[in-house]
Design a protein around this ligand. Structure first.
Ligand SMILES: Cc1ncc(C[n+]2csc(CCOP(=O)(O)OP(=O)(O)O)c2C)c(N)n1
Ligand code: SF4
Ligand SMILES: [Mg+2]
Length: 297
């Protein structure tokens, strides 16, 4: 795992786009400690986006891309929705699946990568909206968890179908009225984190993207646990400011409100015992490495 994979060919380097040259010069590939704090000095994996100005999905993308441990060995599987507008701007391999099929596609992809590269970690990460994950795709989502497929599912939960103008989703809150669902949601928000836990996920987290360090930790936990043990699920509140009638600067306040005591997005984490053990071992190994490095100075 290194920057070697993205090196420029000497004869062609001067005609390569400046974005690619920047990527080669500043990429954090191969740095195990890469994280959200690199965003300020390296915009390597996402140059721009085509979401609405101020959409929290854009910062969620940046936090995720800066936190994945091995971008050069990662493949994202997306689905139709606002998230899919971002993938063309992202410098990580990605596949666009038919709406709702993303976890089935990811299952096949992960198995194929395992056969092709048996000795290498190849991380597969599904990143899709709530409509794709819980409504139209729920069967594929849950069956992949039942089968114990070793990849991470991330859901950008904006509590409606944003990309098609605001229809009701299973993750919409009870009573909410949107443009394309004028009667108001009749049922409670589906408890997907609990379903994920009961369907066999080894690690589940639900949180907003207001605190980058929390997002980084959840993404890293999810990817490392999926590599070794089984399916993991992260649900991120990325409010659709357009549909809930907020200004571009108001997404952060909306997330802070939603995660405060009694809110719908108070942070939740479920970790199985074997996953806790794995995380503890990794932490101990990291500390030992640091100590050895210090002693060697
Ligand atoms: C098979 C199929 N069914 C329906 C659609 C129409 N469609 C496109 S985006 C979308 C809603 C996406 O909602 P969500 O997954 O919550 O993502 P968001 O746009 O909210 O980020 C739908 C229903 C489609 N493109 N393909
Ligand atoms: S419609 Fe909503 S979710 Fe989609 S980009 Fe705009 S603000 Fe974001
Ligand atoms: Mg949605």
């Amino acid at each position: 795992m290194s920057k070697e994979k993205i090196q420029l060919c000497d004869d062609l380097s001067d005609i390569m786009p400046p974005e690619y040259q920047d990527l080669v010069a500043t990429a954090t590939f191969g740095n195990e400690e890469r994280g959200w704090k690199d965003i300020g000095s390296s915009k390597e994996l996402i140059e721009q986006h085509s979401l609405c100005a101020g959409c929290p999905e854009s910062i969620a993308f940046r936090y995720i891309l800066s936190s994945i441990p091995s971008p050069e060995d990662t493949v994202f599987v997306g689905s139709t929705g606002c998230t899919s507008l971002v993938f063309p701007h992202v410098a990580v391999q990605n596949i666009h699946s038919l709406f709702g099929n993303q976890n089935a596609v990811a299952s096949g992809l992960h198995r194929a990568l395992k056969c092709r590269f048996p000795d290498r970690n190849k991380d597969v990460i599904v990143l899709a909206g709530d409509g794709a994950t819980v409504d139209i795709g729920l069967d594929c989502t849950m069956q992949s968890w039942f089968r114990g497929e070793k990849f991470t599912t991330i859901c950008f939960d904006n509590e409606l179908y944003a990309n098609t103008g605001g229809q009701e989703s299973g993750l919409m809150q009870k009573g909410f009225v949107s443009k394309m669902a004028p009667v108001g949601k009749q049922f409670d928000k589906v408890r997907l984190p609990e379903i994920a836990r009961e369907a066999g996920c080894k690690y589940v987290a639900m949180l907003t993207v207001s605190k980058p360090n929390r997002v980084e930790k959840a993404i890293k936990n999810a990817v490392y646990i999926a590599r070794e043990l089984g399916p993991t699920y992260v649900q991120l509140y990325t409010p659709c400011i357009l549909e809930i009638g907020k200004q571009s600067m108001e997404g952060l306040d909306e997330m802070k409100d939603a995660e405060s005591i009694g809110g719908r997005f108070v942070m939740k984490e479920y970790i199985t015992d074997d996953a806790k053990e794995l995380l503890a071992d990794m932490e101990a190994e990291k500390k030992a490495k640091k100590k050895a490095a210090k002693a060697g100075k």
